[in-house]
Design a binder for this molecule. Structure first.
Ligand code: NAP
Length: 272
């Protein structure tokens, strides 16, 4: 399928690792030019060099997005380099475990890590998106639908992102700008691997999570997540806006029984 993304310009936050890296790779494979903003430099600079060697653009912008000036700078540098922005992908974030006991200052910091830069980047990129009749894709999390415990700041941020998806879709429909959000649940990334590595038995912890994922009893891959994002970024989804799409192998919404041992699976077949 030709996604018609050749020479489109995408600004991706957190594109050096994990889900963001998957998105960057798919966008470039479709012929898009990418600006990738990250705190850490090593991976982003390496990506830039690797793609440049192949004649492709993966422009690295260093910045910590909790700083509003870094958000503004990311937009300005992208426009300075490529002259336009067609696609904004808000992806950077972290489940930072700021819970009820941590207090309002910690909660505000969590919103800065996970929410405020999503708004700031849309704000600063607005004129460019209006010019290009571009599209915005946010990466959310299932946590705002299910709760997780001990992570108020992250849950609030991701819930707000769902709300803003609808709000911005309404705001921006007159400009033909589409806004959608993709929710991962259990996607295998280096960060996830690092978190499990801190558990007493990482292999067992991984197996226990996998068992709960209906489709294939396995984690979602970054490529599967990115495929949805790239489709939403493309004109192939030209009449899709304000949608919150869960890419999680059925983890968040399907009947818990489907991951039970087989002798229990048939239970409820008569409408129980
Ligand atoms: P990851 O592997 O840690 O990658 C996140 C990337 O974002 C890193 O490159 C990180 O760069 C960058 N980043 C984070 N905060 C930043 C900041 N303040 N300024 C600049 N760059 C920043 O995480 P991931 O698992 O791919 O998560 C990506 C998104 O998916 C997040 O919004 C997360 O909430 C969401 N999500 C993931 C899962 C999952 O299962 N993986 C589940 C639900 C939701 P540095 O660390 O190098 O600075």
């Amino acid at each position: 399928m030709n996604l018609q993304l050749r020479d489109k310009v995408a600004l991706v936050t957190g594109g050096s690792k994990g889900i963001g890296l998957g998105i960057v790779r798919e966008l470039i494979a479709e012929g898009a030019k990418v600006a990738n903003v990250n705190r850490s430099e090593v991976e982003g600079r390496q990506l830039e060099r690797d793609y440049a060697a192949e004649g492709q653009d993966c422009f690295f912008i260093q910045g910590d997005l909790t700083d509003l000036s870094a958000c503004k700078n990311a937009v300005e540098q992208t426009v300075g380099k490529f002259g336009r922005i067609d696609i904004l992908i808000n992806n950077a974030g972290v489940n930072d475990g700021v819970g009820l006991e941590d207090g309002p200052e910690a909660f505000l910091l969590s919103l800065q890590r996970n929410l405020i830069h999503y708004y700031a980047l849309v704000h600063y990129a607005l004129d460019e998106l209006k010019k290009s009749q571009g599209t915005i894709i946010n990466i959310g999390s299932k946590v705002c639908e299910t709760g997780q415990g001990g992570t108020s700041g992250y849950a609030a941020s991701k819930g707000a992102i769902n709300g803003l998806t609808r709000e911005w879709a309404v705001d921006l429909a007159p400009h033909n700008i589409r806004v959608n959000t993709v929710l991962p649940a259990e996607t295998w990334t280096p960060l996830y691997e690092k978190c499990l590595a801190e558990m007493p038995d990482p292999e067992q912890a991984k197996a226990e999570i996998e068992r709960l994922i209906p489709l294939g009893q396995r984690f979602t891959t970054i490529e599967e997540l990115a495929a949805m994002v790239v489709f939403l970024a493309s004109p192939m989804s030209s009449h899709t806006t304000g949608q919150i799409i869960v890419v999680d192998g059925g983890y968040t919404h399907l009947d818990r029984k489907c991951t039970f041992p087989s002798d229990v699976q048939g239970f409820g077949g008569a409408g129980v």
